[in-house]
Structure formats: structure tokens, C-alpha cells
Design a binder for this molecule. Sequence first.
Ligand SMILES: Cc1cc2nc3c(=O)[nH]c(=O)nc-3n(C[C@H](O)[C@H](O)[C@H](O)COP(=O)(O)OP(=O)(O)OC[C@H]3O[C@@H](n4cnc5c(N)ncnc54)[C@H](O)[C@@H]3O)c2cc1C
Length: 542
Amino acid sequence: MEGRGLARRRPGAGTARGTATGGETPVDDIRKADVVVVGAGPTGLAVAVGLRQHGVDVAVVEKAALGKREARAGIIWQRALEVLADLGCAREMTAEGIKLRRVEVFAEGRRAWRMGMECAGTAFPNPLSIEQDAVERLLGERLVALGGRVEWSTEAVAVRTGGDGAEVDVRTGDGGLTTLRCAWVIGCEGAHSVVRKGLGIPFEGGRRPDLQCVQLNAVPDWKVPYRPGHTYFFLERGLSMGVSPRPGGGYRFFAFLTDPDPTVEGPPGVEEMRDLVARSAHEPGVRLAPTDPPWANRARFQDRVAATLREGRALLAGDSAHLWAPIGGHGLNTGLRGAHNLAWKVAAAVRGWAADPFALLDTYSTEQRLTAEKVMREMRHNLLELPPTALALRGMRLVGGPVMSTPWASGRIRSMLSDLTMHHRESALSQGGGGDRLPDPFVRVRGRHCRLHDLLSYQRWTLLAAPGAKGPGMTDDHLRALVAGYRAPVDILRPRTDPDTVPRLPGKALVLVRPDRHIGLRTDRVEELEAYLRRWFARDAV
Ligand SMILES: Cc1cc2nc3c(=O)[nH]c(=O)nc-3n(C[C@H](O)[C@H](O)[C@H](O)COP(=O)(O)OP(=O)(O)OC[C@H]3O[C@@H](n4cnc5c(N)ncnc54)[C@H](O)[C@@H]3O)c2cc1C
């Protein structure tokens, strides 16, 4: 393993890039792993699960003594559910969550519009209401099932990265200091990332002024009827109140509002939350009974993206890489999608599948940074959750209903929220018009009739050859011989769709699909496939 060649040194010594907050403290122990993941939040756990699925030896260190229980993310969108399916835990998540079916929006007490939340063309048509701590617990269980585990009460205090490996100094619960040597380190330790700071990677952006979010899980006594899977938004000047059903009963009340006094800290009391619900829902008599335990918090936000997500052998993912106000609910979701993009690439680097591991990992950095910037742009124009101005409210009341209810507008909102149309078209790894998520129509292949995505695997690439494409170099035997010359596994399929099938497959003879279901290459020429494989795939020793 590449990381094993590092010389033994004390924290802070040596010329490799990075810092040590541990000074010259003697190291008690030195251990080795292919990859060290710092932080067992949802992103770190998802990366670790993805790596274990590829058989990579991974150490996950987490400074907390146990998993958290706090009101943070509460929704998993459709694309992130596909990610969780690849990571082997979508079924468990859907069993614990509530499928969200419809959203109703009220502006100044009057219904402005409503919209179904279901998306076509995926095995997961509905978003899922589920607490972040349940997501973390289920990912943690999946990690254990794959032979991994979290080392709790273990805090990364310094990181160094050199040409052939990285080192992470960790302080354990008893105060001892251990150095973990690895080929790659992945910083998933949230906003205050030690990896990012230690390597001096700028976190570009700044504080989001005049915005706060207060949340409380509670059972309301009010006139709004309970409808399973219904989410409500109540818009009032300077206040957007979202109300989403919770697994286990009651609702998450989450309000984005202006922040007249940023010195106010601590979670909202029941009275503060009740007053906000009463004002926004025009229900002066509403009563809230907090759930047990009472999940409540108050948060203020930064909008930031790290200048690069790779520095030497260190990578950043999740909130340590990008951060924004959770308007639209995409922080955890984007972290999961990034973990899914990253884990197969790190696995390819560790297992020797990549022609140039650094170039491959740089595509993660480019793709995820562009994704983060896009999410932030969309978040700044989110009409549902940003505290509305008087003008926006007036517009919503007068034309909101007719405009937002058009198939075009509601389709656009669904596509934006679901992340199903997020793409990597600008990436060096996307050629011939590649980059999009592969559509997921029903297909016939090898005697099966099923969704196309059911035939893909996170552990390999897939080459889709059009059934009619049998010219020179395009027979199954030729294609099999071609991909067999490379180390990364590639499955070859010739799926047939019915003529009126929606969504349609890309109209090219050959479509090479990445392990994360994004299209790498679309082409009609086998020479272009050969060139793509030569550029990105390591060859088998002759
Ligand atoms: C109020 C609020 C509401 C939100 N709502 C939504 C929502 O609806 N939808 C959505 O998608 N997102 C939402 N988010 C965002 C979401 O919670 C985050 O994006 C998500 O938690 C990021 O996951 P992460 O694993 O990257 O980081 P974190 O969840 O921050 O996890 C980082 C982990 O690293 C550990 N750690 C930190 N430093 C070290 C160290 N030095 N050594 C070892 N371990 C360390 C921490 O203890 C923690 O367990 C919300 C956030 C807030 C604050």
C-alpha cells in the first residue's frame, strides 16, 4: 500500500504539507489503513460504506463519544435515495421514513398553490421524511455489516500529506496520541474541518446575514387537517414556516426568518415557536406539544465552498467542503451525493484501477465544487423557504397559483428539489455529451424486464451497447476483449426499450456508465471508447 512507505515521525515534524496542533507530543502508536475518514456524520459514514463495498480497508475516526441526536436534516430527496440504494441501505431508510406526496403553500393565510412531489423515471418517486440521526444510525449499521466500524472518542488533531501517503494524528478518549498512516485521508468532519484548515485550503465565502432558522418537533393542536405525506409552507412577511410530518408522529416545524437580534442564542422555546406558527398559519389558538425528547434548535449560516477538494492525498467531502443555509434541504443530500461520487474514485486509486489517480480524483473536486455552487445559486432563489418580502408575497398571492401550478413550473421545481437532473457535463470525465445521470427506463435485457438501474452496480462500470450496433469492433466478443485489457471491471449490456418508453436512453451506439450512474462517454465510434479507456483506466500488466 502506498502510505506504508512514510517514515516514522513526530507530529509537526517533516516537510510534508499540513499542520500539527499536537506540537511535539510523543506518538504512542502507529497504525495503518488504506484510507482514513475523519468524522462519522452522514458524509463520512457514506464514504466509508462506499469504500467498504469496494473492499477498501478504511478507518473512521469520530471525536464524539456517540452518534448525535439533534434536529438537523429531515428530508432525503430522490437522487440521494438512489445513492443510498447503491450503498445498500435505501430499503432500511424507506422503512423508517415517511414518503412525502404533496406540498401546499399558503401566503398570508390564503392557499396560493399546491403541488405533487412525485417524480417519474426513478425507483424512488417520492422524497422521504426522516431524521438525520436515523440516516446516520442506518449508515453506521451498514458499515458494521460490511466489516467496518467507527472509532468513537477519537479526534483528528493534525494531518500531513506527502507524495506517497498521508498521516493523521488522533487523540483518543484516554488522551493518548496515535498516528494513522494511510494512502488517502478524507476530511468529513464538518464546518470546522481540521483537514481543510491543516492543509491551508481557503474556505471561500462568508456569513449569511439576517437569516436564522428555528426548528421544533411537536404535535400541534390546530385546524390544519392531518394528511399523510403532506407538507405545508406558510408564508408571511419576513417568515417562511415549513411543516413536515415526522416518522413517529407530529411534525417538524422549521422556520426561516429574518434575524433582528443575532445575539439571541439557544434553541427556541415552545412559546417562541408557537407564536411563529400562529402568525404564519393564521391560527391564533394553535398549541404545540413538543415531542419527547424535544428536538429543537436555532441555527445561523455561512455560504462557503473550499477552493479545492483535493490537496495531495487529502480530500474534503460534505460540510467540510461546502456549507450553506439549508434552504431547500440540500446540505446532507449534497454530502451524500458527493460521498457517492468520491468513494468509487478513491477505491479506484487504492485498487490500482485508475490510469492517473490524481487526475481522477481531481474530477471529484471539479464536479462537487460545481454542484455546490449550483445548489447555492438555486437556494438563493428559493421562493418557498426564503423569508418573503412584501413584494414577493403579493406576487405569490396574485399570480403564484396559476404560474406555479403549470406543468412546466411544477416540473422545474420537482427536478430542482429531487436532484435527478444534476449533471457533471463540465467534467473532464464526461465526453461526447456525457455527464448526465443515466435515465432509468424499464428495459429488457438477458431475458429480464426491469429498471435499467437495477442492472448497474456501484462496484463496476457498465458499457451499454445499442442492440443494433454490431459493426466492426462492436460485437459482444470485441467489446469484451477490449475492456478485459483494463483492471477496472466493466459489465456489457445490450438493453432493449419499447419504442414509446419514457425516459429514453441516450441515442448512441455505446454509452459508458460510471459506477455512480453518471454517463462518462457517449459515442458511435469504438475508437473513442478505446481512447477514453486509455485515458482513464489502468491497463492490466501484459
Ligand atoms: C438547522 C439545520 C437544518 C438542516 N436541515 C437540512 C435539511 O433539511 N436537508 C439537508 O440535506 N441538510 C440539512 N442540514 C445540513 C446537514 O445537517 C449537514 O449538511 C450535514 O450534517 C453534513 O454532514 P457531514 O457529515 O458533512 O458533517 P457533520 O454532520 O457536521 O458531521 C461531522 C462529524 O465529524 C465529527 N468531527 C468534527 N471534527 C472532528 C475531528 N477533528 N475529528 C474527528 N471527528 C470530528 C463531528 O463530531 C461530526 O460527527 C441542516 C443543518 C442545520 C444546522
